[in-house]
Design a protein around this ligand. Structure first.
Ligand SMILES: Nc1ncnc2c1ncn2[C@@H]1O[C@H](COP(=O)(O)OP(=O)(O)OP(=O)(O)O)[C@@H](O)[C@H]1O
Ligand SMILES: [Mg+2]
Length: 345
């Protein structure tokens, strides 16, 4: 009999985190805020042949990998299955077929071990990645969230609630990096390859900022920036001009990142928050990390960045958010379903 109301809450539990929302099958173990292990089996190489994630291929790869990745995480942590106090798992947002693999596995494991199942919102997981750099992190703080599907500045007032201060009105920053990568002939996954190309470039191509002018409240747009890159490439081709791809990559990176960084620090000052964090795959971008750190330093604000490997999808962040929910007694029923979309708070 599984009853979410019957579980006792331990102060420093061992939480197994499982993530399968896209093309990464991941598992990790924490004891309290201490990370004991983090394992990933990725289908990115297979997906690269198609230039992006094919949902059915992702689901099949999760089925092949989920048991193995959990075994590796438990072995790496030196924990046996009956040492687990809770199973945290991403239930959304993401690809439904992919999510269902991790969720079904987690339900079966939690039920058989008689421990709580903790459904985790993937985006809250990206926010919780900051605990991996600072286990003592305490709200309030401002987070720059920039991933493949989301771009927003969020205000975390207490461990369990955040509000959105600014967001994109169209594409996400990571999506724009991926689309620009394609235009520049770079392989999937695009963001990191745009960053590499930009290293050798000059910021010489005029492109619009990602900040929407004259909006009632701060807002970002990546669709116009992406179109401007496509136009610059096509116009040069039509005129028979050689356009340095590294200069486009560099200019795009600046336009995509500068407005996000500037607004994040402005909000931190306006809200009197002494800490800024970042999360999501684009937060692995070296230029973003350097700019955000430098601007925070100038404003006398602490900047907590997760290690690059914890910015992109991983289960360590899911275990961290699972711990927050566990300590609050937020346990899920076994009827928990996967969700393709969950609106930001
Ligand atoms: N070094 C980098 N520079 C820029 N972008 C990057 C870098 N590394 C990864 N990205 C981008 O981050 C995105 C992947 O991040 P993430 O895994 O968090 O997204 P997702 O899980 O698909 O989306 P979401 O978390 O919104 O559901 C991709 O769009 C990728 O191009
Ligand atoms: Mg993600």
């Amino acid at each position: 009999m599984y009853d979410p109301l019957s579980f006792k809450i331990k102060p420093s539990p061992v939480i197994l985190g499982i993530e399968s929302s896209c093309d990464e099958t991941a598992a990790a173990v924490v004891r309290g805020r201490e990370l004991l292990s983090s394992e990933i089996i990725s289908s990115a190489e297979e997906q690269a042949k198609y230039g992006g994630v094919v949902p059915e291929i992702a689901s099949r790869a999760h089925i092949d990998a989920v048991d193995e990745v959990v075994k590796r995480a438990l072995a790496g942590a030196g924990v046996s299955a009956d040492g687990i106090d809770g199973v945290a798992v991403t239930y959304g947002a993401g690809l439904l077929g992919a999510l269902l693999v991790g969720l079904s596995f987690a339900k079966g494991l939690a039920y058989s071990l008689g421990v709580p199942l903790i459904g985790v919102n993937h985006i809250r997981g990206h926010l919780a990645a900051a605990y991996l750099s600072d286990p003592d992190l305490k709200p309030p703080y401002i987070t720059l969230l920039a991933s493949g599907g989301h771009t927003a500045i969020l205000y975390t007032k207490s461990a369990l609630s955040f509000k959105t201060l600014a967001a994109t009105c169209d594409d996400a920053a990571g999506e724009a990096f991926d689309k620009v990568a394609r235009v520049l002939g770079l392989p999937y996954p695009g963001g990191v390859n745009v960053e590499k190309l930009a290293l050798g470039g000059k910021c010489s191509v005029k492109l619009p900022s990602a900040l929407v002018r004259n909006a009632e409240r701060a807002q970002f747009s990546y669709s116009g920036l992406k179109t401007a890159v496509i136009n610059a490439v096509h116009n040069a081709a039509q005129r028979g001009e050689e356009l340095a791809r590294e200069d486009i990559a560099c200019s795009f990176q600046h336009s995509a990142v500068d407005a996000l960084v500037k607004k994040t620090v402005e909000f931190a000052v306006a809200y009197g928050a002494d800490t800024v964090t970042a999360g999501g795959g684009v937060a692995a971008n070296g230029y973003l990390r350097d700019s955000l750190s430098a601007l925070c330093r100038k404003a006398g604000i602490r900047c907590i960045l997760p290690e690059k490997k914890f910015c992109t999808d991983n289960a360590a962040m899911i275990a961290q958010e699972g711990l927050t929910q566990y300590l609050a007694g937020n346990f899920s029923p076994l009827s928990l379903n996967a969700r393709a979309q969950i609106p930001l708070g």
